[in-house]
Design a protein around this ligand. Structure first.
Ligand code: FAD
Length: 706
């Protein structure tokens, strides 16, 4: 695809494919919003045939492949005898052959190694890199129509070799024949950022006519932002799988022996891999990116690791991955090739340890249960745990709330401490064409007077909004946290205060919260607007839904919030997808136990997409609360089938404000969630935990106080 106008060839290790096609930022944006075609034909392609192929690959690699079913994608590693990473394989099987793609320039070495291990088995290994390559359809899947839909050039759909299938819109045995009876698209794999097609080179031109194209810079920026390491760039000759977080994706921990397995098992049992992968937020004022392999240094001048891959991300700015010594302080700011870099933990310093480290972890003071923010990996867990543990300290809370520098960050997310400030922000947002929901900050109230005062504050606010004409048609509504209006009352004080609540809040709390909510909902109805009941941690989910359900027969517009992170939510969504019911769907802002919630970002996103489809196909009023470009794109396409105005997007005050305006300008209903009040600290901590770059700024502002 280098012959496409404007194509600029990438440098090592990606020679032969385009870095970009003239506008790398637009290409990234395109990839975030819809499907784009990325030329990765420089990757190596290996085909393995023969009846023994799966059991043989099973014995050589880190993955359980013996019973790999046709069409399924797996990642597998080939390790050195010392457990160092040698090859990272993405593979699928079509019932007759296993198709593998690997890093550029490595197929020959892989084939040589595999050939050397054949020992009379019925397998054949071929390096097919010369005539086949990887084409990736990256970006959100279309809402309907499957991976390739009908947009493939000329309406002809790519065809797969017999036996591969199971992908909507792809497959079949009826189409274009390829070389030696093979199809033009030899295999389809699930990649981390879309669909990888192993295809003949002429497929590239045909797909490029049907899809927008994006260069490898866009793909790499998305990969780095997703914290996915790339072997060869983010690893070196002595990298262990635990160090770079490949255990979850490419290693099966309960399979038989393979080369390097002893090292994997040892680290799994004892922990302490020597190094760990980190995500780096780079100082945006530098006009260059750090060079690959450049040293990562501590402020005291000692080298602590090296820079892997780096990119300019269209939203995050300059970012990189690095491999550092395990013992490095996760809070230290580093220099990456001379550029200031804030670390975010990807692989936790104790990664891989099981029993022993679990015990050690237990001795570390924990943040209050349910008050931890949502995480996607052990590493992020560490950072957020540290943040939320710090957040639980009264001393830090006081320092944060009085730090002059911190106010600038607070002001980005919170509309001041008074209802006047909130009303002013609501007015400004209304004049920009946006809808608003106002939240009076405060949660976990264990004081009956405070719960009652919170309800009174809402009633007062609604009166003010009505006088200003802002509540008309529900343009400005309110959001209420059940624990702010008494859901926790009547519980054992010790338990509530320490965040160790009983599995569900007691009857007294439910009754009090219901009474207060009724006051608020009545005031809202009188003002001509609506109320939405926020969702908090899973221990309050059932009770919060009960409170809303008790009032909904009399107040039909009372909304509820459901969190895609919780395993129960799909069932809750089905139950609430009833005529006219207002349901806000969000990812969920609390860290929850794995028994209750998905703890991998990808699984949460998938759950969100499933719930989204149910809501958007149903007769209720969906309120889709996310800033995630992919989920917004899916919502947009599902929305095409709904009557105009029958759903809305929701975003937080201060998060992606340009996108809020852009969506509203395109005719969509967009509501901004605006918190206000003096008790902004826990809310701010949740927002910072979602965006560690802001955390670095915030901590700097605390530092500048002294
Ligand atoms: P993410 O994957 O977290 O973010 C996607 C992208 O959005 C990021 O890449 C980034 O570009 C941008 N982004 C996200 N957060 C930030 C940030 N803080 N600063 C800057 N950029 C950011 N959670 C609950 O548990 N209960 C609720 O009742 C609830 N109500 C909500 C109401 C609204 C209107 C919204 C928008 C969210 C609500 N949430 C609630 C929070 C929600 O659960 C998520 O924690 C939060 O929205 C981040 O998830 P995301 O969908 O934006 O996706």
């Amino acid at each position: 695809m280098l012959d496409i106008n404007g194509a600029v060839e990438a440098e090592w290790p990606d020679e032969g494919v385009a870095a970009h096609y003239g506008d790398p930022v637009r290409e990234q944006r395109g990839m975030a919003e819809g499907q784009v075609l990325v030329d990765r034909t420089n990757r190596g392609v290996v085909k393995v045939t023969g009846p023994d192929r799966l059991s043989w690959l099973h014995s050589l690699t880190s993955q359980h492949l013996e019973r790999l079913s046709p069409g399924r994608t797996e990642q597998a590693l080939i390790l050195s005898p010392q457990g160092h990473l040698e090859h990272h394989l993405s593979l699928t099987d079509d019932g007759a052959a296993t198709w593998i793609h690997v890093e550029p320039h490595t197929a020959k070495a892989l084939v040589d190694y595999l050939d050397s291990m054949r020992f009379m088995l019925r397998v054949t290994v071929e390096d097919r890199s010369a005539e086949l390559g990887v084409l990736t359809l990256a970006g959100p899947l279309p809402a309907e129509g499957g991976v390739l839909s009908n947009t493939y050039a000329g309406g002809a759909r790519p065809v797969l070799a017999d036996g591969v299938g199971g992908r909507d819109g792809v497959g079949g045995r009826d189409g274009v024949g390829g070389r030696d009876g093979e199809s033009e698209v030899a295999a389809v794999l699930d990649g981390p950022f879309g669909t990888d097609l192993i295809a003949a080179s002429d497929a590239a031109a045909r797909l490029a006519a049907a899809y927008p194209v994006a260069g490898l810079w866009a793909f790499e920026a998305a990969r780095i932002a997703a914290r996915v390491p790339r072997p060869g760039l983010d690893t070196d000759h002595k990298t262990l799988p635990h160090e770079v977080g490949l255990i979850e994706t490419a290693v099966h921990l309960n399979k038989g022996c393979y080369r390097g397995q002893e090292t994997v098992a040892r680290i799994h049992n004892l922990g302490h891999p020597p190094r760990r992968l980190v995500f780096l937020h780079l100082d945006g004022s530098a006009d260059r990116l750090p060079a690959h392999g450049a040293p990562l240094t501590h402020p005291d001048g000692t080298q602590v690791g090296f820079v892997g891959s780096a990119a300019r991300h269209f939203e995050l700015g300059p970012i990189a991955l690095g491999l550092v010594k395990r013992s490095l302080d996760p809070g230290a700011t580093l220099l990456a090739d001379g550029i200031a870099a804030a670390q975010e933990v990807i692989v936790a310093p104790d990664a891989g340890a099981n029993v022993k480290v679990t015990l050690r972890r237990d001795s570390v003071p924990q943040p209050p249960a349910g008050r931890r923010t949502l995480l996607s990996s052990g590493g992020r867990l560490m950072l957020r745990k540290a943040l939320l543990a710090a957040a639980a300290s009264e001393r830090i809370r006081q320092a944060a709330m009085s730090a002059p520098g911190a106010q600038a960050i607070v002001g980005r997310y919170v509309a001041g401490e008074s209802s006047e400030g909130a009303v002013a922000v609501a007015r400004a947002l209304r004049s920009a064409g946006l809808l608003v929901t106002l939240d009076y900050l405060g949660e976990d109230t264990t004081d009956a007077r405070r719960a009652s005062a919170t309800a009174a504050q809402y009633v007062h606010l609604l009166g003010k909004l009505a006088v200003e004409g802002l509540t008309e048609g529900g343009a400005v509504e309110v959001s209420v946290k059940p624990t702010a209006i008494g859901l926790l009352l009547g519980m054992n004080d010790e338990g509530a205060g320490a965040g160790r609540r009983p599995p569900d809040s007691g009857e007294i709390g439910v009754r009090i919260a219901t009474e207060h909510l009724e006051r608020i909902v009545t005031a809202a109805r009188d003002a001509g607007t609506t109320v939405t009941v926020d969702a908090e941690d899973h221990r309050t989910t059932q009770a919060g839904l009960r409170v809303a359900a008790a009032l909904r027969p009399r107040f039909g517009s009372l909304g509820s919030v459901l969190q895609a992170a919780l395993r129960r939510t799909e069932a809750d969504v089905r139950e609430l997808a009833a005529p006219g019911v207002r349901v806000r769907l969000c990812k969920g802002a609390y860290a929850e136990p794995a028994s209750e919630a998905y703890d991998v970002r990808h699984d949460i996103d998938k759950s969100f997409a499933r719930c989204l489809r149910i809501l958007m196909a149903g007769p209720g009023y969906p309120m889709i609360a996310t800033h995630d470009p992919r989920l917004i794109a899916i919502t947009r396409s599902l929305g095409l089938a709904r009557p105009a105005g029958s759903f809305e997007y929701q975003m937080l005050y201060g998060v992606r404000p340009d996108e809020q305006r852009r969506l509203a300008a395109s005719g969509a209903k967009v509501r901004v969630y605006v918190p206000y009040g003096g008790d902004w600290y826990p809310y701010l901590v949740r927002r910072l935990a979602e965006r560690p770059a802001n955390l670095a700024l915030f901590l700097r502002s605390l530092g500048s106080q002294s």
